[in-house]
Design a protein around this ligand. Structure first.
Ligand code: ZN
Ligand code: ZN
Length: 368
């Protein structure tokens, strides 16, 4: 079938809206999804800085959500035509991590999601000249009107929910909320400091507030701090020399948990200084520089670990988050601004400039 998609052809140039061809007979275990909305995540934009590792030309987009319009013959029936689904990251399903219910640490995570995809007999996506596009991104390539995806990455949701807004629950919001609810297992009375109040950090703030924690949010943008405060956190500006002391004072000696979304070594050291003894720091952003740790930061039982995709089983966490949203306790929709697919470049500019927390592209609206 022919459809409109946003194609990235070079690391420097804008996306182009093109008519592409998608092989549309779902193979065993695949579904074809009409994409109602797809969030734009930092990882999409980081392709531009991948130094040639991410194959181009490509259709990016890995926070898709929509309606199933076809499914492969031997589908096990868990997901069927007409179902509303949120699409999440890809995983192999049979390595030790997958068998251990930790699919974000799948042995094949990088190849399946970032650098190659599953083995394809013939390319799924081709451009108007017949040239093959890169294998699907995160098992999806959802900056398009339709995506052909492994059914195991799709999570069925209540059709009464606003499906076009739910895609970011498959990655960005999943990452922040999962770190709080899964990795840290935060509950009433716990203390948490969140460094960076973007899409991931603000989802973490909302989840921590919903869980009854005392939360401090740190950012350098005043408007982001205003949002963090609205969602229940105590706001603190990033660039102050006394930041760790301020956090320790607010939390009676330090926070039990800290979450860094910035990958900034000075802020990571501040986060460690804000931890109480035995406290844990989680890192969700990829480090691009060495991380020198200052003396006295990793001691007295304090620990650091990396967290991928919020340690989530998407099939469990996404329904939990939609349930919290329906109860008015996880208002993620307030972080979203929607754009027609044709405005993908404007969405990227707004995201990079910090004018919008979470752009969501709507391929079914106004893209023709
Ligand atoms: Zn695996
Ligand atoms: Zn993402």
């Amino acid at each position: 079938m022919r459809l409109q998609a946003a194609v990235l052809r070079s690391y420097e140039d804008p996306f182009t809206i093109e008519e592409v061809t998608l092989r549309t007979e779902p193979a065993a275990g695949e579904i074809l999804v009409e994409i109602a909305g797809c969030g734009m995540c930092r990882t999409d934009l980081a392709v531009r800085r991948s130094a040639g590792r991410s194959p181009l030309p490509a259709v990016l987009g890995h926070e898709g959500a929509g309606v199933v319009v076809a499914s492969g013959d031997d589908s096990d029936g868990a997901i069927g035509v007409g179902d509303h689904v949120v699409l999440s990251f890809d995983s192999c399903g049979h390595c030790r991590a997958c068998l251990g219910a930790a699919p974000a640490y799948c042995d094949s995570f990088a190849s399946l999601n970032l650098f190659g995809g599953r083995k394809e007999d013939a390319p799924r996506l081709t451009d108007a000249t017949g040239e093959a596009l890169a294998p699907r991104w995160f098992g999806q390539s959802s900056f398009a009107e339709y995506a052909l995806v492994p059914a195991r990455n799709a999570v069925r949701v209540d059709p009464a929910l606003p499906i076009e807004l739910l895609g970011p629950l498959g990655c960005g919001f999943l990452t922040g909320a999962g770190a709080v609810l899964n990795t840290f297992g935060i509950g009433p009375g716990d203390t948490l400091a969140i460094f960076g109040a973007g899409a991931v950090g603000l989802a973490a703030v909302m989840a921590a507030t919903a869980a009854g924690a005392l939360t401090v949010a740190v950012d350098r943008h005043p408007q982001r701090l205003t949002l963090a405060e609205r969602f229940g956190a105590i706001p603190l500006p990033a660039a102050t020399a006394t930041l760790p002391e301020q956090i320790r004072r607010l939390t009676e000696g330090g926070v039990q948990y800290a979450l860094d979304t910035t990958a900034s070594p000075p802020l990571i050291n501040d986060a460690l200084r804000a931890l109480r003894p035995t406290g844990s720091l989680g890192l969700v952003a990829r480090l691009h520089t060495a991380l020198p740790l200052e003396p006295g930061t990793v001691d007295r039982g304090r620990s650091i670990r990396h967290i991928c995709e919020g340690d989530a089983l998407p099939g469990l966490l996404i329904p939990r988050l939609t349930g919290l949203w329906q109860a008015g306790r996880f208002p993620f929709d307030q972080l979203i601004r929607t754009y027609p697919l044709a405005d993908v470049n404007e969405a990227e500019r707004d995201c990079e400039a910090g004018r919008v927390v979470k752009p969501v592209l709507l391929p079914q609206r106004g893209s023709r």
